[in-house]
Design a protein around this ligand. Structure first.
Ligand code: EPZ
Length: 430
């Protein structure tokens, strides 16, 4: 099993190219099931989760061709993938595939909308909470689908003639359930209005792509989305938006180690709350042509309290990294997690590096320390593992991050991007 070895203490200086967003690429890829024409996605990141979803889509009958994998001078990749699903050959998404990644459950929306039925295993994914699927079941049932749970699977059946547009308000904001409703309602008869919809930029990206495919969606990015159903969707070409979580992660790394880094190919408006928080912690952040520039001072980090919230609030996917940054703040800070009930597994691992963190329910109290010291640590989930990398970059001596496969799910060529900026980070294969 691979490990990441980090020798901390170096400042980061240079350019880091930001990849396409994992959490946009996954639903966009799934949208290819909605049409028999070719959907072309540009800027698709090369990640374990993307490769896993390619296997899942292949199982349903999607032909995939990858090209344009061009390496630019700054080290960035431009990967373009063509997806063609002439016919859906299988409406079952089996346990062996779906249990590995929660987002693969989302195929339920397009399968149901295009074929009138779907049998999808209950999902897996990062162990960050119970992560139920009640909102998907309620939402699709509102469109007329019959939903049954049987032997670990959801059997969904559309009414004769297909799904029917409806007004449905989510009792709780869910990114995944909003994605699924957008896809399903695009091919429903009549108009659907979704209330309390997720407002994440990845929702807007999916809506833009679906509209390019011929859907009629308005209001994406607000909490009320209206979808006028159409009878079929066509192919399109769409560019995956930049990864705001990767952007925020590297911005926090620079704030932590000190240095001067330009995050290239990203868009600061995708993560204003997070950037403002990092500024309050002491880093200088400015928008520059084609990206953002982060200047960190390293040893003068100010404590800031955060509460995770749905977009546009502080993202849960940056909570672990921010806690990593706060471990070296001059004073006490509090991090409150409101989205997932079990997203503090990084706490005990950060403690191995010398962090002082105590937990009280959903709030962590972090007492900043003047130095962290390298240690062997265990990656427990995707974002938790990168918080350990950030900690390791600022710690004195050697940190070994075990179970690196978590990182490979969501960070493209992390060690290479950091090494180019002067960090000592290497992958050790056994
Ligand atoms: C998406 O997960 C992201 N995944 C997550 O990123 C992210 O943490 C999360 O949104 C919140 O921003 C992808 O986009 C692939 P939710 P999702 O449904 O859609 C509860 C990462 O590290 N809920 O918005 O699964 C749920 O338990 C990942 O990249 C229900 O109660 O998240 C949670 O408490 C991890 N019933 C809350 O809603 C449901 O039916 C929000 O979850 C569905 C969700």
């Amino acid at each position: 099993m691979d490990r990441i070895r980090i020798v901390g203490g170096n400042r980061l200086n240079g350019v880091i190219p930001i990849s396409g967003a994992k959490n946009a690429a996954l639903p966009l890829m799934i949208a290819s099931l909605l049409t028999s024409d070719t959907l072309t996605l540009e800027n698709v990141p090369h990640l374990a989760d993307v490769e896993q979803l390619l296997r899942i889509l292949g199982n349903h009958g999607v032909d995939v061709s990858v090209n344009g994998r061009r390496e630019h001078q700054d080290g960035s990749y431009a990967r373009t993938i063509h997806f063609t699903c002439r016919t859906i050959v299988d409406t079952t998404a089996p346990y062996e595939l779906v249990s590995k990644m929660r987002a693969s459950f989302w195929v339920i929306g397009p399968l149901l909308a295009r074929e009138g039925r779907a049998r999808v295993s209950l999902p897996g994914g990062c162990a960050i909470g119970t992560r139920p699927v009640d909102l998907f079941i309620e939402g699709l049932a509102a469109l007329g689908a019959q939903m049954e749970i049987d032997g670990g699977y959801i059997n969904a059946t559309a009414p004769k003639g297909g799904l029917i547009g409806a007004h449905y308000t989510f009792p709780k904001v869910s990114v995944g359930a909003t994605h699924v409703m957008l896809m399903a309602a695009s091919l429903a008869r009549g108009t659907t209005v979704i209330g309390n919809a997720a407002r994440e930029p990845e929702i807007v990206d999916l809506a833009n792509c679906l509209n390019a495919m011929g859907a009629r969606i308005s209001g994406a990015g607000t909490s009320t989305i209206t979808i006028e159903g159409v009878s079929s969707l066509s192919g399109a070409r769409h560019r995956v938006l930049p990864d705001r979580i990767e952007t925020g992660t590297y911005a926090m790394a620079v704030a932590m180690t000190g240095g001067d880094v330009t995050l290239q190919g990203t868009d600061g408006t995708l993560l204003e709350t997070a950037l403002e928080t990092i500024r309050r912690a002491g880093a200088e952040i400015t928008m520059v042509d084609g990206g953002i520039r982060v200047i960190g001072h390293g040893d003068d980090i100010r404590p800031v309290d955060i509460v995770t919230e749905p977009f546009p609030g502080f993202p849960t996917d940056l909570q672990a990294q921010f806690m990593g940054l706060m471990t070296r703040a001059k004073g006490v800070s509090h991090v409150t997690e409101t989205i997932f009930e079990n997203r503090f597994m990084h706490v005990q691992e950060l403690a191995r590096l010398g962090a002082k963190i105590s937990l009280n329910g959903q709030t962590a109290r972090i007492e900043g320390v003047s130095r962290l010291k390298g240690a062997p640590v265990m990656a427990t989930d995707l974002r938790a593992s990168v918080s350990l990398v950030i900690g390791g970059l600022a710690a004195e001596g050697e940190t070994i991050v075990n179970r690196v496969y978590h990182l490979d799910r969501g960070f493209e060529r992390l060690e290479e991007k950091l090494t180019r900026c002067g960090a000592i980070v290497e992958r050790v294969s056994e």
